[in-house]
Design a protein. Structure first.
Lengths: 117, 114
């Protein structure tokens, strides 16, 4: 079956511009996560959705970052007034249940590589 | 706060030899531990996880990991390395209180030489 997909795969933008990154989770997965991976580092949590609502957005670095999941499936990560420091790979993951009692596995997409010039 | 440490930036192994990639963790509750692998320009692929039960966990592609509670470690192992195992490996922990975010280590690059 299809895995998590993310578009675009690469995005180059200029400082100050607005960008949207899209994530299509695995069909039927109710939980969706966004992570950011900077060069040479492990992924860092940004936000997670339980259905349509953001259950934990504690990882969003500031108010320029926002994410939505209006119908409980596709999610969009939005970055306003981009800065060079936002350059990273943005990873999306999904899991079957938000609170898997046995340690639900998160399945990752290929990521969107964002470069802010 | 929970954390994960991968003490080695890179591990070099000859093909056919056993490999170990180290991971230690710190959590306040019960740990849920994961290993992922990342190939160039690709996302993270799930290898295996420890939830409870046997301390030796078997996963994909012949990998296994040993959970050691007293040493707070979860080292990844494989009896015989392949050149195709060369990749970036990440250990992650999820605190077992319902919090769903994964905390990742910085990663270890595995290089398997022919």
């Amino acid at each position: 079956g299809a895995g998590v997909s993310q578009t675009p795969s690469n995005k180059v933008t200029e400082k100050g511009k607005y960008v949207e990154l899209r994530c299509d989770p695995i069909s039927g997965h109710t939980a969706l996560y966004w992570y950011r991976q900077s060069l040479g580092q492990g992924p860092e949590f940004l936000i997670y959705f339980q259905g349509t609502g953001a259950a934990d957005d504690s990882g969003l670095p500031n108010d320029r970052f926002f994410a939505v999941r209006p119908e409980g499936s596709v999610s969009t990560l939005k970055i306003q007034r981009t800065e060079r420091g936002d350059s990273a790979v943005y990873l999306c993951a999904s899991s079957l249940f938000p609170r898997g009692g046995l340690g639900e596995t998160q399945y990752f997409g290929p990521g969107t590589r964002l470069l802010v010039l | 706060a929970q954390s994960v440490a991968q003490p080695e930036d890179q591990v070099n192994v000859a093909e056919g030899n056993p490999l170990t990639v180290k991971c230690t963790y710190s959590v306040s509750g019960n740990p849920y531990l994961f290993w992922y692998v990342q190939y160039p320009n690709r996302g993270l692929q799930f290898l295996l996880k420890y939830i409870t039960g046997d301390n030796l966990v078997k996963g994909s592609y012949g990998f296994e990991a040993e959970f050691n509670k007293s040493q707070t470690s979860f080292h990844l192992k494989k009896p015989s390395a392949l050149v195709s195992d060369s990749a970036l490996y990440f250990c992650a922990v999820r605190e077992g209180r319902g919090y769903n975010k994964l905390i990742f280590g910085a990663g270890t690059r595995l290089a398997v030489h022919p």
